[in-house]
Design a protein around this ligand. Sequence first.
Ligand code: SF4
Length: 739
Amino acid sequence: MPAERVGGIPFGLGATKPHNYWEVLRTAWENKRHPLFTWRILRDGVCDGCALGTTGMRDFTMKGIHLCTVRLNLLPLNTMGPLDIRILEDVNALRSVSSKDLRALGRLPYPMLRRRGDPGFHRISWDEGLGIAARRIRTAPPDRIAFFVTSRGMTNESYYVANKVARFLGTNHIDNSSRPCHSPSTTGLKDTIGVAASTCSYTDWIGSDLIVFFGSDVPNNQPVTTKYLYYAKKQGTKIAVVNPMREPGLERYWVPSVPSSALFGTRFADAFFPVHTGGDIAFINGVLKHMIEKGWINSAFIANHTNGFEALRAAIEKQSWEELERQSGLRRQAMFDFAETYSRARTAVFVWSMGITHHRFGVDNVKAIVNLGLAGGIVGRIKCGLMPIRGHSGVQGGSEMGANPKDFGLGFPVDEQNADRFQGIWGFRPPTTHGMTAVGMIDAAYAGGLDVLYMAGGNFLETLPEPEYVREALARVPLRIHQDIVLTSAMLVDPAYAVLLFPAQTRYEQRGGGTQTSTERRIYFSPEVPGRRIGEARAEWEIFMQLGERIRPEASHLIHFEDGAEIRAEIAKAVPTYDGIQNLREKGDAFQYGGPRLCEGGIFPTFDGRARFTVVSPPDLDIPDGRFLLSTRRGKQFNSMIQGEVDPLLGAGRRDVLMGQEDAAVLHVREGDEILLSNELGSYHGRVRFAPIRPRNVQIYWPEGNVLIRRGIVDPACEMPDYNALVRIEPVPVSEMRP
Ligand code: SF4
């Protein structure tokens, strides 16, 4: 039997794993009402799931079909019919409905209004809805209005128009979903190598000597990467994983689109390095310590293309092995093993995700990975690179299109000089005042500092820590506007004055189509798909634009666009990195900005053309006696959208608490026992499930786990919330067990 095969049992029967073929059948059934429309979306559209990127069911990396269950599970959002708006007449009845069931009610077909004291929403016209919003925004100081734009399904065109309209209204309070996602990657990469995106392409995985996943579970979040990994393994690529959990999907997977793998499975990871949650910096510094001692660093690359290595060397020399072992959770031999594997690899790609970014020191985590990459000289070469892999289709483009408080667009931070530049393009001068992040917006709302909060998609109630605080913050905003395709629990929060619902079209319904930027910086065109439309839903960019026009009719020509093509033409001028976007107009049109690799030849877009090492010290993560370090994870879900009660890769339920058997023995609990997790913030009633996770570390599913995550603990460089917490764990007495 070939070494990479999982076993001789066909289709992994009996193993805990996703059942992809069954999912295809189930989704086909769920989308049966509009088979032709569904087929056209799959065949022609760019996937609105993760940011791997497709054109129809193809990609630019591998031959064959590119399709996964994440996309299939999201399809009903694009194909289902309108909800019966009478159900919105009494929101009390909806409060006990799960978010999954709220979405399943159907698409939002009409603008709706709920004023303070009303039991629910009633239908209004677009004219009335835009009028209410315009009057309130017109009378509010710009500093008291804020915009948030989500990342699933949103197009570059919509982000760009949202950015422009927010600045047109005089505010820099605009942010997008990359805040609680990859904002530390953006900050960390920009500070060190001068670019805030993946330096390489997916094709660099295949044939690279080594791929390392840091805090990333791609089989769950970007499932088609398993196909890339299959072909990488075929070419002899070694895979290493640095993560507290031995993720089963990275250990082995049955890749459905590769017959031999679908039948007998494929083993992926060659080595696991189970660090403590948050122990990555200590681990990486230990690896670097070995590399320096052994002379395994790429001295020529360091000398010719970087600054700051000597300071890093001196700092690492002072860090004791005892400290590095304690903070990383691993012995120095494990760090040596990693260092040896890395130094033997002529080429390597480092991939990371939320396990790295979801910390109060997320930026330092990213900088530590960059240090390791620069020490080996793996930037700017074929089959090499640094890749912060994105989970959502819009998250790369959102910030690059300027839907963030710090930049007017990629490469143009908010400052006087760039305000002048954009005045030349836009015909009005954008503000240069401080702009709030998503986290800052909720704090401002709680403190009574916002008059209007405009949320295009997303659900702060389910994505930010301390949901009850977020609920109260939302309830204190006089006017909330929710622009969305379906109902969310945040819409049901009582209004201080009024709540408006603006029904949006999906990316496939929008006039003239739209574009999306993938993790590998490829900008794809997604065409408008002919088929049924929903009530009076409008294109997302059009709603932002029409609102701006209503607020300042005398200057409406400055923000008016006829269609997507006109927006793309302006993006090409405003954000020159995106030059070429104006030529995208048909299915299959795409281009990769910057080419397959950034920083080629070790030339970095920094002021001196050199990359920068950073001294990063391991954070103090000692776990007090009697406590456990809790982190949150994703199951069968997309962002906070839960699609199934069981995580197919682990077989765990949503209430399960994943812990090692060693910890369970210490706690005198067995698998299936009810336990209570608690800290000074609250408690969480769960059930023990054994998992291959390092001792003293436990995981629960997100967003349910947000009740134990304290707000206000953020990375100061980017305001990424820390989604980890110390908890006590105790068995639940039989008398208090749930039935
Ligand atoms: S891997 Fe990502 S881009 Fe590809 S089909 Fe699945 S969700 Fe869509």
